[in-house]
Design a protein around this ligand. Structure first.
Ligand SMILES: Nc1nc2c(c(=O)[nH]1)N[C@H]1C(S)=C(S)[C@@H](COP(=O)(O)OP(=O)(O)OC[C@H]3O[C@@H](n4cnc5c(=O)[nH]c(N)nc54)[C@H](O)[C@@H]3O)O[C@H]1N2
Ligand SMILES: Nc1nc2c(c(=O)[nH]1)N[C@H]1C(S)=C(S)[C@@H](COP(=O)(O)OP(=O)(O)OC[C@H]3O[C@@H](n4cnc5c(=O)[nH]c(N)nc54)[C@H](O)[C@@H]3O)O[C@H]1N2
Ligand code: SF4
Ligand SMILES: [Mo]
Length: 703
């Protein structure tokens, strides 16, 4: 058998690991990966991979993968008919009900598929709709809002410089399992170990004693949704004790006095009983952070997906500023990416925006041209949205109150899904347009390069040809754009973008970038190019009008009274609140159809503290009913003291046993969807981000 070795990029999560593939070759063409290993010579990932990389081939070769365009009732269509049908449904709605009656939802894998990203840009330009949605409003929106308000650009995201840190406060993130988010740091465990070996300290704040907490120096349980209080108490401590030392940032920062006033009510003593973390600990954490020569506060989805996500994301940056750690080696720094998306965005007038319009039913604010997905179902029910295009997204599984959304999707006049599977969401589509997957396309991490812990670039050429009936995501989206574009200017723009294509677009952007790279230069470097450690970039990268960092933007200050009100909240010892979790062997909702990933003990279990379990007569293995304002699920319980008392934890991305879902392996052990219980009415009212964490639930034995 002929074999060949090639290098590639794993595009499943943000770690962006370099792969070494041993390929079976037939007629000179790779047909199958016989071995998938970490590439030890990769300049970024140095051999790291996780079990999901091995499943790349399971997905690519999955018999359930959609391999030709299909109608809702499962009929195969030629591409010509499929695009025609998709476009006519969309244009009819736009003509009869206006452009904003056509909605688009972009899912998470878009961030890992440069072709889909460029293609969706072309499609969105052709559709010109205000009804845009994405996974952003379930995820990192609060961080982006903080960047917009504090630095003047939504994509200017500070990244923990973990390789040089000496103190790492990790709040609402579990990088040992998620492999890091808004922090591309493959092999994060090794990096944390190195930090500890040089005398550094890792502290985790999480309602669950996570895998990351397991290797940390300290772990503190926190009451879900109260992180902004913890951060306020730390800030107040710094200010009160004269420990705030922004250092070289001093002259670059405005808003000290306003922040001081805002933090005033949040003494550690008042905050302690609400967060569940003692006043002494809160003070000590502030002092240790201040004393560290290179410390960083890092918060991720646990910090964002909550009632006060916006405030919490702001206060994380504020703490990094006050302790002199923003833009300092070992602190929170900005990248200098090979394609400078921040600068390009600014040149194109897209630094970000907030509240330019609002959703029609509930009045939730626009952010960066999008509306919060928590309001998608109600907008459809009210008839404001009548057509929907989903691109690499599964909002029935991932948005709050997913079953309400599933019902709403049935009312659409037209639904088109650009996806690789017929799943919980795409089963509702009148047309599914199937695309290339993973190693079937050239890969360049245009988005992730913004959040890497080193400046780094890697171009990985496509390894496999897509199946015969499947087309590249850029081509599908650009063709759809050409088909729906109306008016000569719009038609011309779509055609021009399609003609340019992804490779040339990337090449132009790389050449214009700060490292003057090109596709051909990168093609000669299969291990990627290390462009050095993160550099100090302030004030050069700022986009605020006064070229300063805004420590206390008005928008956040105005939300502080809502937070103060929580100080008086009485926590009822008997009530339970829900949080989520991720598993190393799954990826949001769409990798549970790989036998090798789902084997072993069931993972869609509800973690419950022994105190709460015994109060309800529940033991490990018992099946319970968990009910919230919006719905109910049945799940098996795992009693464990790794979860805080008063909190229960269920992973998201399960619940595959719905009619019409074509995922045979996943259906064998479907689990239940946490988002049948999370509440679409619960959003962070500041940012509009879904507030999954802290959903009140009632749990009892199922009969
Ligand atoms: N309760 C709760 N809910 C959550 C979260 C949580 O922590 N708790 N997390 C939230 C977060 S952070 C996120 S990012 C969202 C994710 O929300 P979504 O992006 O809506 O959901 P995914 O599960 O990532 O689904 C990805 C979809 O893309 C398809 N797909 C995969 N690869 C490709 C590809 O290469 N091409 C195409 N065309 N399609 C592809 C899959 O089949 C699937 O339909 O979920 C959110 N929902
Ligand atoms: N294996 C795997 N890797 C993934 C994914 C996956 O599904 N599987 N998804 C990818 C995606 S889309 C993303 S966005 C990233 C996310 O990456 P992370 O942010 O690291 O995600 P999680 O592992 O969900 O960690 C969130 C933590 O927040 C805690 N938490 C919940 N509520 C609160 C709260 O109110 N306060 C605090 N302090 N903590 C809270 C939870 O217990 C959990 O441990 O992971 C990515 N990587
Ligand atoms: S951590 Fe795993 S899933 Fe993420 S990029 Fe690396 S190998 Fe792929
Ligand atoms: Mo995410």
């Amino acid at each position: 058998m002929a074999t060949e070795t090639r290098f590639a990029t794993c595009m499943l999560c943000e770690a962006s690991c370099g792969l070494r593939l041993t390929l079976q070759v037939e007629d000179g063409r790779p047909v199958r990966a016989l071995r998938v290993e970490g590439n030890r010579d990769d300049a970024l990932s140095r051999g790291h991979i996780c079990p999901k990389a091995l499943a790349l081939e399971d997905i690519r070769l999955d018999p359930d993968r959609v391999r030709e365009p299909r109608t809702r009732d499962g009929q195969a269509l030629t591409w010509e008919r499929a695009l025609d049908q998709a476009a006519s449904g969309i244009t009819r709605v736009a003509r009869d009900h206006g452009r904003d009656a056509v909605a688009v939802y972009l899912g998470n894998p878009m961030a890992h598929d440069g072709h889909a990203l460029l293609g969706s840009g072309v499609l969105l330009a052709a559709l010109r709709t205000r009804s845009r949605f994405s996974a952003t409003s379930t995820d990192q929106l609060p961080h982006m809002l903080a960047s917009l308000e504090m630095f003047g650009h939504q994509a200017l995201l500070p990244v923990p410089d973990v390789d040089r840190s000496q103190f790492f406060l990790c709040i609402g993130a579990n990088p040992l399992v998620s492999n890091g988010s808004l922090m591309t740091a493959p092999g994060i465990e090794r990096r944390f170990e190195a930090m500890r070996a040089r005398g550094g300290k890792l502290v985790v704040v999480d309602p669950r004693r996570t895998e990351t907490a397991g290797i940390a120096d300290e772990h503190h349980f926190i009451r879900p949704g109260t992180d902004a209080l913890l951060l306020m108490a730390m800030i107040r401590t710094l200010l009160e004790e004269g420990l705030a030392r922004p250092g070289r940032l001093e002259k670059l920062v405005t808003g000290h006095a306003e922040l001081r006033r805002a933090a005033e009510p949040f003494s550690p003593e008042r905050v302690a009983p609400v967060t569940g973390i003692g006043a002494d600990t809160l003070r000590r954490l502030a002092r240790e952070l201040a004393a560290s020569p290179a410390g960083v506060v890092y918060g991720r989805v646990g910090l964002c997906q909550q009632e006060f996500g916006g405030l919490a994301a702001w206060l994380v940056v504020a703490l990094n500023v006050l302790t002199g750690n923003l833009d300092r080696p070992g602190g929170a720094m900005f990248t200098t990416p090979a394609i400078d998306l921040v600068r390009l965005g600014a040149l194109l007038g897209q630094r970000g925006s907030f509240g330019r319009w609002h959703s029609r039913v509930r009045g939730l604010p626009e952010f960066g041209g999008e509306l919060p997905v928590a309001c998608l179902a109600e907008e459809i029910e009210a008839g404001h949205i009548r057509a929907l295009v989903t691109i690499a997204g599964n909002p029935v599984s991932s948005a709050p109150n997913g079953s309400r959304l599933a019902r709403a999707l049935e009312k659409l006049d037209a639904m088109v899904s650009v996806d690789i599977y017929r799943n919980e969401t795409t089963r509702h589509a009148h047309v599914i347009l199937p695309t290339s997957f993973g190693l079937e396309r050239d890969h360049f991490d245009m988005v992730l390069n913004i959040v890497m812990v080193r400046n780094f670039a890697r171009w990985s050429p496509a390894v496999f040809a897509p199946p015969p009936g499947v087309r590249d995501s850029f081509d599908v989206l650009a063709d759809l754009a050409c088909a729906v574009a109306d008016g000569p200017a719009s038609k011309l723009a779509s055609r021009a973008a399609r003609a340019l294509g992804p490779r040339r677009t990337f090449d132009l952007a790389l050449r214009a970038g700060p490292h003057s790279l090109s596709v051909s230069k990168l093609e000669r470097e299969p291990n990627g190019v290390d462009l050095g450690p993160l550099q100090e970039r302030l004030p050069g990268v700022l986009y605020t009008a006064d070229r300063r960092v805004h420590l206390a933007p008005e928008r956040f200050l105005a939300d502080v009274p809502r937070l103060s009100a929580v100080l008086d909240r009485v926590v009822d010892g008997g009530e339970l609140v829900l949080v989520g979790r991720r598993g190393l062997r799954s990826n949001n909702s769409w990798m549970n159809n790989s036998r090798r990933l789902v084997k072993g003990p069931a993972r869609c279990t509800l973690l419950m503290h022994p105190r709460d379990a015994s109060a309800r007569g529940i033991a490990t293995g018992a099946v319970v009913k968990m009910r919230s304002r919006v719905g109910e699920v049945r799940v098996p319980v795992e009693v464990s003291d790794e979860i805080a008392p008063g909190v229960v934890s269920l992973p998201h991305g399960w619940g595959h046993a719905l009619d019409g879902v074509q995922l045979q392996i996943a259906r064998e052990r479907p689990g239940a969807s946490i988002n049948d219980v999370t509440d679409d009415a619960r959003v962070d009212s500041l940012s509009g981000n879904a507030a999954y964490s802290g959903t009140p639930v009632h749990v009892e034995m199922a009969d």
